[in-house]
Design a protein around this ligand. Structure first.
Ligand SMILES: Nc1ncnc2c1ncn2[C@@H]1O[C@H](COP(=O)(O)OP(=O)(O)O)[C@@H](O)[C@H]1O
Ligand SMILES: CC(=O)OP(=O)(O)O
Ligand SMILES: [Mg+2]
Length: 395
């Protein structure tokens, strides 16, 4: 008997979803809504080998979830058999260290945590409320991006700010994209046929949001995102690391705190540097001679290699570098630029392997490379389905 689970992965600019039957290897349906709130939105729904495409602008995640449900109604499969829904939830704060069955108290807490993840928890809550409205009689489970990083050592998660402030407000580095970093690090080890316990792995999750992690023996020991998903790498619209003195300086010039925060979260990163938030557009612009786009990509790669070098130090060397997420899986030019800059540290790219497009894990380093470089497509939904089942089994 079929016992499908619906997985909703609300990202900052997208919703990915799958209808999975844990008994079957292939999903019953997969789909993605892209460029939510950015104009030129699209929806792709795939069921039984048939693909349906929709060009329609979605202003926010609530509109997009409604359109996803409409796809199931029009093209199937029916959602009436669904036994549970798993929701990607970005910020668990100090409250949620592992996946949890959702009730009103959980939703209220997630709304409270929205101040720490303004681009993310509101879409998650929108997805949860919409799905609970449509499927009110099945359990809904929240799976947190922060969970995998609850093992970070104190030296990695503590900011060097005043201790009393840290304690009073329970400030720490939480880390995000944990479901993906966990899945990809295990998958990388599996691909290499080595126990994850024996490996030092750096995972570069480069999507619209981007983060990088250092994983030693299967346990996360460092990651680039912090108290909020703003810290770290250069992203589609987020600045990543800046001098913490900058907000005060800008406030002195007349910007309000809200304007500064909006600028850093929504109008910075690649979009703020060159006008294109999507890496496909950045690379196309460079090909047409756009100098701002070229500089933006140089800044992106500069930050990325700085983190890779730093995590090699944290890990005491590295065995594997794994690229994942939208940019990491699909952008050969970004991977090439990154690995070429790391040649001095023993990374050697296999140019032909780097051009291969596939949904399977693959190696892109040459045999003489000191570090194995992989592309490992993430599957947050599959990992979420496993989590959902585990929560249900726990009662
Ligand atoms: N074919 C592609 N080539 C280069 N970059 C791509 C491609 N497809 C997607 N991307 C990049 O991936 C990003 C989306 O990544 P994704 O992991 O889905 O992000 P999120 O989950 O944060 O919404 C896009 O904004 C774009 O920059
Ligand atoms: C935490 C985060 O940045 O998520 P996303 O990449 O989906 O925006
Ligand atoms: Mg994502």
């Amino acid at each position: 008997m079929s016992q499908p689970i619906l997985l909703l992965n609300c990202g900052s600019s997208s919703i990915k979803y799958q209808l999975l039957d844990p008994e079957q290897t292939r999903p019953l349906a997969v789909g993605i809504v892209q460029r939510i709130g950015q104009g030129r939105s699209t929806l792709d729904h795939e069921v039984a080998g048939q693909e349906f495409h929709l060009d329609q602008d979605f202003a926010d995640h609530t509109e997009a979830v409604a359109a996803v449900v409409e796809q199931f109604n029009q093209h199937g499969p029916s959602l009436s058999e669904v036994i549970a829904v798993g929701h990607r939830t970005v910020h668990g704060g100090n409250t949620f260290k592992e996946s949890v069955r959702i009730n009103q108290a959980v939703i209220d807490k997630l709304k409270e945590l929205s101040e720490l993840a303004p681009l993310h928890n509101p879409p998650s809550v929108a997805g949860i409320e919409a799905a609970m409205g449509i499927l009110p009689d099945v359990p809904h489970v929240a799976i947190f991006d922060t969970a995998f990083f609850s093992t970070l050592p104190p030296a990695a998660y503590t900011y060097a700010i005043n201790r009393e402030v840290t304690e009073k407000y329970r400030i720490r580095r939480f880390g995000f994209h944990g479901t993906s970093h966990s899945y990809v690090s295990k998958k990388a080890a599996e691909f290499l046929g080595r126990p994850v316990e024996d490996l030092r792995i750096i995972v570069a999750h480069l999507g619209n949001g981007a983060s990088i992690s250092a994983v030693k023996g299967g346990v996360a020991v460092d990651t680039s995102m912090g108290l909020t998903p703003l810290e770290g790498l250069v992203m589609g619209t987020r600045s990543g690391d800046i001098d913490p003195g900058m907000p005060k300086y800008l406030a002195g010039k007349g910007m309000t705190l809200l304007e500064i925060d909006d600028m850093l979260n929504k109008a910075s990163g690649m979009g703020g540097l060159c006008g294109f938030t999507d890496m496909r557009d950045v690379v196309a612009a460079i090909d047409e001679g756009d100098k701002q786009a070229e500089l933006a990509l140089d800044i992106y790669v500069h930050r990325l290699i700085s983190y890779i070098g730093s995590y090699m130090a944290v890990l005491g060397g590295v065995d594997v570098l794994a690229f994942t997420a939208g940019v990491g899986e699909n952008s050969a030019p970004v991977r090439e630029k990154t690995i070429k800059r790391l040649e001095g540290l023993g990374f050697i790219l296999d140019d032909a392997a780097n051009q291969v497009r596939s949904k399977e894990p693959r190696e892109i380093s040459s045999p003489e490379s000191a570090v194995r470089v992989l592309v490992v497509p993430t599957n947050e939904e599959l990992a979420m389905a496993r989590e959902t089942l585990a929560v249900l089994a726990a009662g």
